[in-house]
Ligand binder design. Structure first.
Ligand code: NDP
Length: 323
């Protein structure tokens, strides 16, 4: 079978490509710059790549850019979307590529009669950012939706980009009769295949690299291998449908620091929270639906360990006297 992965050089996508090649698929991989070795070398070295990996140049903001990559594919994994926090021009840097880009990719999918299903990488950012209370007894599940007005008010542009992109994707696929499944992970950690540092792995790198304080924030955390696997299962299992929240554990940054300390007692880790307010509380995220994709989550302790080992190997941490 032939499938397409958009934004193939990215953190999550690289693992999707690796697992697809291992499962025998032919992969049409879109990247912005196929000539940049930093974006493609790690993909071209994967087992099976020589025989079954084909690179395509595509940009989310160019209409029709994905036609060639999608044409003839049975399935499409749409992961490409910018993920960073400090945008100077959120409309151009985050909102347009996420929203217009998703519709652009879906338009290519609806033109290609071969495409049976599209799996879109959405996010818990599109699920849980609303005014409902999130406390230890609250269970967040796939029926939750983030509130675009709240995102605007708090200038949470990345969260808004994922919320609007998913909303538009459901509307488009319903109108066109296209079969779509979304995978909605929270903070994704675990080993990096790509040589560059992505935003979620950077969250761990920052704690280990001499930060004085940790943020007063609580996130769900999940391993990149589970996330990649869930994408493929969502394509392969005919009954897969709708959205799938993916969180192994919800933890405050202080909990992450504690887990890091247990694993690496010699690390100099931040001891103080960045503010004096009460810690943002934890909450629960349902694991029921994702079980039907056969996902048995890798525990957070192992995910943190794998992240740190990978960051060390790639020289994103270490160096200084602290570690
Ligand atoms: P990366 O930054 O590693 O990957 C982002 C990818 O998007 C890159 O391949 C990048 O291409 C591509 N991209 C960005 N802008 C454009 C554009 N204009 N045209 C074409 N491609 C573009 O991040 P992740 O792997 O973490 O993110 C992948 C997906 O997963 C995103 O949709 C993100 O929102 C989602 N997600 C990530 C989470 C996480 O914690 N990591 C959590 C939940 C969801 P290039 O390599 O050329 O820059």
């Amino acid at each position: 079978k032939t499938v397409c992965v958009t934004g193939a050089s990215g953190y999550i996508a690289s693992w999707i490509v690796k697992f697809l090649l291992e499962r025998g698929y032919t992969v049409k991989a879109s990247v912005r710059d196929p000539k940049d070795p930093k974006k493609t070398d790690h993909l071209l070295k994967l087992d099976g790549a020589k025989e079954r990996l084909h690179l395509f140049k595509a940009n989310l903001l160019e209409d029709g850019s994905f036609d060639a990559a999608v044409d003839g594919c049975d399935g499409v994994f749409h992961t490409a979307s910018p993920f960073f926090i400090n945008a100077t021009n959120p409309q151009a840097e985050l909102l347009d590529p996420a929203l217009k880009g998703t519709l652009n990719v879906l338009a290519s999918c609806s033109k290609a009669s071969s495409v049976k299903r599209v799996v879109v990488t959405s996010s818990m950012a599109a699920v849980s950012y609303n005014r409902r209370s999130r406390t230890p007894d609250v269970l967040v599940d796939e029926t939750w939706y983030s509130d675009p007005d709240l995102c605007q008010e708090t200038k949470s542009w990345y969260v808004l980009s994922k919320t609007l992109a998913e909303e538009a994707a459901w509307k488009f696929t319903k109108d066109k009769g296209l079969d779509m499944v979304t995978i909605n992970p929270a903070m994704v950690i675990g080993p990096l295949l790509q040589p560059t540092l992505n935003t979620s792995a950077e969250a761990i790198a920052n704690l280990v690299n001499g930060s004085q304080t940790y943020p007063n924030l609580t996130f769900g955390w999940v391993n990149v291998k589970d996330v990649a696997n869930a994408h493929i299962q969502a394509f392969e299992i005919p009954s897969a449908n709708g959205r799938y929240c993916m969180v192994e554990r919800v933890a405050h940054y202080s909990d992450i620091v504690e887990l890091l300390h247990k694993l690496y007692p010699s690390f100099h880790l931040p001891q103080k929270c960045a503010d004096d307010k009460p810690f943002v509380p934890i909450y629960q995220v349902s694991k029921e639906k994702v079980k039907s994709l056969g996902i048995d989550y890798i525990p957070i302790e192992q995910s943190i360990k794998e992240t740190v080992e990978s960051l060390k190997e790639k020289n994103f941490i270490g160096g200084g006297s602290s570690n």
